[in-house]
Design a protein around this ligand. Structure first.
Ligand code: FSO
Ligand code: SF4
Length: 553
């Protein structure tokens, strides 16, 4: 096992990744190796899918499977080896199907089909021992002796960025929003990786192409979410319990939440959001359900004690899942890409088992005190008051914007982000998104000329809103985004954050501060290159970074 895809990876004197029998996240060696094999199998599908497209052949089942399977390999999504074995077998079936169509089309046009090697020719073994014996060429570090750490790091950055794209595109796809252009480019980049590329320049270009592709995915997801549930509106969300039976929904997936709300209508169950589902309350069509009563708890890393104390059923729709404690394991359910061995999985969208579990549990015995946080400042709401914002900047009432966004995690260095938000001067606005906001979103930030000083743009999935707002401001001031009084202090944790970072870089955004620690797959040489080209830099202290940001403005 070798995995260095997330921020909490094990960093020791001898290795910069998780290598022992279990990763820091709880992913065991078998699951980690099976995930590598699954990715290897997906590359094989992409090798043929890309060539089939050249003959006008596409297969939506193949495209959808690639997204779903990639999503299962993100940090804190799926820990169930049985699911990975089944998916690996499925890669061979789908690969052979698209291969046959490609070869037939090539022959029909009088040419000889290409004979492909590597993942395209891989035959997965039937049983787990056989599969585990095949992991060598599928490892992230395969070929390190020949090409060195920089090339392995660049390949990893592309793969991890693609994983982020897959997650965003999956959420859009299940709401019925798909894009052939996205599938085409996605499969092209996977095919590129299948060839074990070793030219640093080309690899960096492809990494930025992943960033561009991610912008397409984010735009598609924004269209899917707003098209399905309306544009988010500023909404006060209750953060304390309401007496009665209860279901907690965590993760990011709005479609699962909507389906659960529909199925619990009139059943006497209150539904709460957890973690990254907090922004769901801003969407008019979700807010319309009176039994979506509030948000419970904070960011993902607090789930062990929060889930234990929640007196109802819990549904996990995407990352970030932590090893379930026995105190709540039997009332925890997974759906979509998520999985944990022995935890009940809902594969068909019928949440009856979750509802039955909630009805059998005590629920909250009394109402908590009235407390709220405000969400819903996505692009439509913010751009609706753009004139006011622009005027406030022109008159000097707003001096600076700090985007303090991204993931949360358990690392002690993440206090930086709380400190940062609290130290932002009174005449500056904080924009936030992702689960990192729980470090400060209950604090009182006040307003500047009627504009809230803390604007919650939504999930990490809503990075599109942040980009649109920054672009609109740049347009209003007739300058580039880099010339705005805007600083980005990004906290990263997993591969969606890698995808968003690549998007920002591909848009030419400079001076991003990244923390709490830099990705382990970025070698010193890669970092040097990224800082020279994009002025990408690590966080230092809240005080020093704010001062530097204000001086630059
Ligand atoms: Fe957080 Fe987890 Fe949303 Fe991530 S819940 S850490 S980047 O999966 O997706 O921000
Ligand atoms: Fe380690 Fe992160 Fe990989 Fe888990 S996902 S094994 S914590 S690097």
């Amino acid at each position: 096992m070798f995995c260095y895809q997330c921020e909490q990876t094990a960093r020791t004197d001898t290795s910069n990744g998780c290598t022992s029998t279990k990763g820091i996240c709880g992913k065991d060696q078998v699951t980690a190796d099976l995930q590598d094999l699954l990715i290897y199998g997906l590359k094989g599908i992409a090798q043929y899918a890309r060539r089939a497209r050249a003959f006008g052949i596409s297969d939506r089942e193949v495209d959808g499977f690639i997204l779903y399977a990639m999503f299962t390999t993100l940090t804190n999504v799926n820990f169930n080896p049985a699911r990975f074995i089944a998916m690996i077998q499925e890669t061979a079936r789908l690969r052979d199907r698209i291969k046959a169509r490609y070869e037939e089309a090539a022959r029909e046009r009088g040419g000889a089909p290409e004979v492909l090697n590597g993942p395209a020719a891989w035959q997965p073994m039937d049983d787990i021992d056989g599969l585990l014996a095949q992991t060598k060429s599928a490892a992230v570090t395969a070929g390190r002796e020949q090409v060195g750490d920089d090339i392995i790091g660049l390949r990893a950055m592309i793969l991890y960025g693609l994983k982020g794209v897959a997650a965003y595109a999956y959420h859009a796809r299940i709401l019925g929003y798909e894009s052939d252009e996205l599938y085409t480019r996605f499969e092209e980049i996977l095919d590129f990786l299948a060839g074990n590329p070793a030219d640093a320049e080309t690899l960096l270009d492809q990494a930025l192409a992943v960033g561009q592709l991610n912008l397409t995915a984010l735009e598609l997801l924004d269209a899917a979410n707003t098209g399905s549930f309306g544009h988010p509106e500023p909404t006060a969300v209750r953060t304390t319990p309401v007496k009665g039976k209860a279901i907690l929904v965590s993760g990011h997936d709005l479609k699962d939440l909507a389906a659960l709300l529909e199925q619990t209508k009139g059943r006497g169950i209150n539904v709460y959001t957890h973690g990254e589902l907090l922004p769901a309350h801003g969407y008019p069509k979700l807010r319309a359900y009176p039994h979506l009563v509030g948000n419970y708890g904070g960011a993902w890393q607090d789930q062990t004690h929060e889930f234990a104390e929640f007196p109802g059923a819990i549904l996990m729709t995407s990352n970030c899942l932590i090893e379930p404690h026995p105190r709540y394991r039997s009332r925890l359910f997974t759906t979509g890409p998520v999985g944990w061995p022995g935890v009940r999985h809902i594969a068909n969208g019928d949440f009856s088992p979750v509802i039955q579990a909630a009805l059998a549990l005590p629920g909250f015995q009394e109402d908590g005190p009235e407390q709220t946080v405000t969400v819903g400042f996505a692009r439509n709401a913010v751009l609706g008051v753009a004139d006011k914002v622009v005027d406030a900047v022109k008159t000097g009432a707003i001096r600076h914007f700090f985007l303090i966004g991204g993931c949360d995690g358990a690392a002690p260095g993440r206090n930086y982000y709380t400190d940062l938000a609290n130290r932002v001067p009174e005449d500056s606005v904080v924009l936030t998104l992702g689960c990192g906001k729980y470090r400060f979103n209950r604090n009182e930030f006040g307003t500047i000329g009627g504009i809230p000083r803390l604007l919650d743009l939504g999930q990490c999935n809503d990075a599109y809103s942040a980009i649109q707002i920054a672009s609109a401001l740049a347009q209003a001031f007739n300058c580039g985004v880099n010339d705005l009084p805007l600083s980005l202090m990004v906290s990263w944790f997993e591969q969606k954050a890698v995808a968003v970072l690549l998007t920002l870089l591909s848009l030419g955004i400079r001076g991003i501060r990244l923390g709490p620690s830099l990705p382990a797959f970025l070698t010193p040489a890669l970092l040097e290159q990224l800082s020279a080209r994009f002025d990408l830099k690590p966080i230092t202290t809240a005080e020093a970074d704010i001062e530097a940001a204000l001086q630059r403005a």
